[in-house]
Design a protein around this ligand. Structure first.
Ligand code: NAP
Length: 302
């Protein structure tokens, strides 16, 4: 008598390290033929340990992508005027193509105004009002890095095989993503991630819902999603039974547990049994953010 064996479903794991290395390679092949390599200036104020780690990773990615890295390290005691003076000098320096002000700034500094002081054409984080306006208007501009990277991971889950850096009005590599007929849910509405992510999904023809802390019946809302994006900052909040079977799940959250381990906003072990494709934390969206920073620097140079 034959025995029926039920295999447990396991989602495709979308490996952000592989995709980000591919993007960095595509950038390197373009910068190799440029007479002067693009220059990316990073302004790091104070001693936030996480920021120092990010900046070290950015320097490594610059080396892989053939981008010249310029660092300005300022003490935590710097004033708004000190930082503004560095931004102004970089804005008018023609050898600098991209400027990144590493956030968060030490308490008491005027983050919002300092970010807006960056020349929009050098704003590789895509956070100045002109770049946000272009994103909403569907015009070509610099798109925030983490949402851009998340879209490239959705593209990966859809098995697009062409290079990621095709350019186009919706940001590098986003032109050939078509989510017509798909429901997308983004949990989180920050300016840094949730809002631009919703715009990119909309530009790709998805029907988009943005959920937040005041959303009722969040689990039900999530179950309607063919594409579920979580950017909340709450460890393992999204459970397996919140996920529509076969959905693409993009986990943006980075949370440190008491054990010292990192985890996302999605309960990965639970979700992997239901989703069609899912990003891990670490090794999913994180590496894509830095790769897209390099892509934006190349775009700003062009
Ligand atoms: P944020 O500014 O704190 O925004 C969090 C959002 O989550 C808010 O819109 C908030 O709603 C919503 N929220 C909070 N509690 C909720 C709940 N119980 N149910 C539903 N929504 C809830 O954070 P962020 O900057 O967008 O970042 C979110 C996460 O992504 C963090 O873990 C961050 O570390 C991570 N992140 C990762 C990368 C990367 O490179 N991988 C980049 C950026 C951010 P309200 O607006 O109603 O308060």
């Amino acid at each position: 008598m034959s025995k029926t064996v039920f295999m447990e479903h396991t989602a495709q794991i979308i490996d952000g390290k592989i995709v980000s290395n591919r993007v960095l390679g595509e950038i390197a092949s373009q910068t190799a033929s440029m007479a002067t390599p693009p220059g990316l200036a990073v302004i790091l104020v104070g001693d936030d340990p996480a920021s120092h780690v990010y900046v070290a990773n950015k320097i490594k990615a610059c080396a892989k992508a053939g981008i010249r890295s310029i660092e300005h390290r300022l003490p935590a005691t710097s004033t708004n005027e000190d930082i503004a003076a560095v931004i102004d000098a970089l804005n008018s320096d023609t050898s600098v193509n991209g400027i990144l002000l590493q956030l968060p700034l030490p308490r008491g500094l005027d983050e919002d105004n300092l970010v807006q002081r960056i020349a929009p054409e050098k704003d590789v984080d895509g956070l100045t009002i002109p770049n946000i306006g272009k994103l909403v208007a569907g015009l070509d501009g610099l798109v925030p890095c983490t949402p851009q990277g998340s879209m490239l991971l959705i593209r990966e889950a859809l098995n697009k095989t062409s290079p990621s850096l095709q350019g186009g009005g919706k940001g590098e590599g986003l032109k050939d993503i078509d989510l017509s007929g798909k429901n997308a849910v983004v949990i989180g509405r920050s300016l840094l991630f949730g809002k631009p992510m919703a715009q990119l999904l909309l530009a790709a023809n998805a029907t988009v819902t943005t959920a937040h802390s005041k959303t009722q019946n969040l689990d039900e809302v999530c179950r309607s999603a063919d594409i579920l994006v979580a950017a909340v900052g709450r460890p393992k909040m999204v459970k397996g039974n919140w996920i529509k079977p076969g959905a693409i799940v993009i986990d943006v959250g980075i949370n440190r547990l008491d054990t010292g381990k990192l985890c996302g906003d999605v309960d990965f072990d639970d979700a992997v049994k239901v989703a069609g494709a899912i990003t891990p934390v670490p090794g999913g969206v994180g590496p894509m953010t830095i790769a897209c920073l390099m892509a934006n620097t190349l775009k700003a140079t062009k």
